[in-house]
Write a protein that binds this ligand. Structure first.
Ligand code: AP5
Length: 213
């Protein structure tokens, strides 16, 4: 099963991807997580990406496509994957089509998650993530048991640099301008299921599983 999750920042792509990973036993491939790992390790790719990410802008398509080409070669991608945050522009979607053609693969489903932008600002300004295992919490909707500490691994929780209100609004603007045209791109291929991302995390999960089953 090869699934793409599309939606504005903070809509719940990463949260819902974890449920799909469990259900289908396939990896979540988050370009945001991959870029943040490169930034943490100060790789040349991370150093180039950091300035774009902190400004709420997209990292150049050529960088992302190079990174994804090498990720698809990993053995855990053989039985499928959940693409979270990729593709994000029409050139990335076209690049993905080329990579898939070369691998003899295709996308099975594109899940588009949607939530109003004020709710997104609220979600992202209260998001905290674990430095060690990347588990995501929300101080308002899904808090850790002990403040600042991960329930799963006891790692320290931190707030992402791009989750400041001004940067969140910039990311939303970039989404509307550069990423939302992808919805039509995939509608034309007959692959899109649109899901209401509002409400409880488990309710959104049920909506997604009902269209995939
Ligand atoms: P990336 O890491 O992909 O960020 P994003 O798309 O902006 O998405 P987020 O991770 O912020 O949100 P999400 O939808 O996963 O929400 P989550 O589940 O965490 O990208 C970051 C940056 O990297 C980009 O700005 C760009 O610079 C660069 N980049 C990445 N990919 C790129 C690409 N392909 N091309 C170019 N540049 C790229 O949920 C958010 C919060 O809400 C959490 O606290 C969660 O607990 C909570 N929550 C989730 N669901 C619910 C619910 N139903 N109710 C209440 N709270 C909820």
């Amino acid at each position: 099963m090869n699934i793409i999750l599309i939606g504005p920042p903070g809509v719940g792509k990463g949260t819902q991807a974890k449920f799909l990973v469990e259900a289908y036993n396939i990896p979540q491939i988050s370009t945001g997580d991959m870029l943040r790992a490169n930034v943490r390790e100060s790789t040349p790719l991370g150093n180039e990406a950091k300035q774009f990410m902190n400004a709420g802008q997209l990292v150049p398509d050529s960088v992302i496509l190079g990174m994804m080409e090498s990720r698809f070669n990993d053995s855990d991608c053989k039985s499928g994957y959940i693409l979270d945050g990729f593709p994000r522009t029409i050139p990335q979607a076209e690049g993905l089509d080329n990579l898939l053609n070369n691998m003899g693969q295709q996308i099975d489903s594109v899940i588009v998650l949607d939530v109003n932008h004020e709710e997104i600002v609220k979600r992202l300004s209260s998001r905290w993530s674990c430095k060690e295992c990347d588990t995501v919490y929300n101080l308002l909707f899904d808090p850790p048991t002990s403040e600042g500490i991960c329930d799963k691994c006891e790692g320290a929780l931190y707030q992402r640099d791009d989750d400041k209100t001004k940067t969140i609004r910039q990311r939303l603007e970039v989404y509307s301008r550069q990423t939302s045209p992808l919805i039509d791109f995939y509608i034309q291929k007959g692959l899109v299921e649109t899901i209401d991302g509002a409400g409880k995390i488990d309710d959104v999960k049920e909506r997604i599983f009902s269209v995939l089953s």
